[in-house]
Design a protein around this ligand. Structure first.
Ligand SMILES: N[C@@H](CCC(=O)N[C@@H](CS)C(=O)NCC(=O)O)C(=O)O
Length: 198
């Protein structure tokens, strides 16, 4: 049985829950008490020494990092639907997984952390960087329905949560109609599940 070490309000955990649901996979969700600091203590540190959720176990397989977990689930249980094999298409997915773990994490996700959890940051700079990122993504989506392919892939699943949750970071998507349409397309996928704020 797949076990997801999970936290309801984490967009990184949510992207894993979303893919599991889109694939119709059963799993056990184990809440890690972030407020109590469970993620910084054993036994959780044995799963992820970096002390962050999500982590996933599948029998003897133990994985940390939401992007890596999406790759594993897509390849192990989804064939090539969500993670293509062909070199250029795979590279295209990877570039968006990388964008999720750096540019999106450092901008829109950081603004959300600030307003929702009180994390101290330079919000003026983060706001500026967030809108620069949204501009690039909006332009990219102006000519295509999905980020990396002519069908949805884990590139979309990885980038979706913190973009869809932009309002939590007091960021408006009003000037980015192609992003808004993409968010709506994801919400229409069979098996879609939401999270608080989405
Ligand atoms: N690159 C990691 C980042 C994971 C991450 O930032 N997790 C957050 C929750 S969304 C966390 O555990 N924060 C607690 C901490 O870092 O102490 C991923 O994509 O899974």
């Amino acid at each position: 049985m797949l076990k997801l070490y999970d936290f309801l309000l984490s967009g990184n955990c949510y992207k894993v829950r979303l893919l599991l649901s889109l694939l119709g996979l059963e799993y056990e969700s184990i809440t890690v008490g972030l407020k109590a600091g469970e993620h910084k203590k054993p036994p959780f540190l044995e799963l992820n020494p970096f002390g962050q959720v999500p982590a996933l176990t599948d029998g003897a397989v133990v994985l940390r990092d939401s992007q890596a977990i999406l790759v594993y689930i897509a390849r192990r249980y989804g064939g090539t639907d969500w993670l293509p094999e062909e070199a250029a298409a795979l590279g295209s997915v990877m570039q968006w997984l990388s964008t999720a773990s750096k540019e999106i994490a450092n901008t829109v996700a950081t603004a959300r952390l600030h307003y929702l959890f009180g994390t101290a940051i330079d919000i003026t700079t983060v706001e500026k960087q967030s809108y620069a990122l949204l501009q690039v993504m909006d332009q990219h989506l102006a000519t295509r329905h999905w980020l990396a392919s002519d069908r949805p892939t884990i590139a979309d699943i990885a980038c979706f949560p913190y973009i869809g949750l932009a309002a939590d970071g007091k960021l408006s998507l009003d000037a980015y109609p192609h992003i808004v349409a993409w968010v709506e397309r994801i919400k229409q996928l069979p098996g879609y599940v939401g999270m608080p704020g989405l």
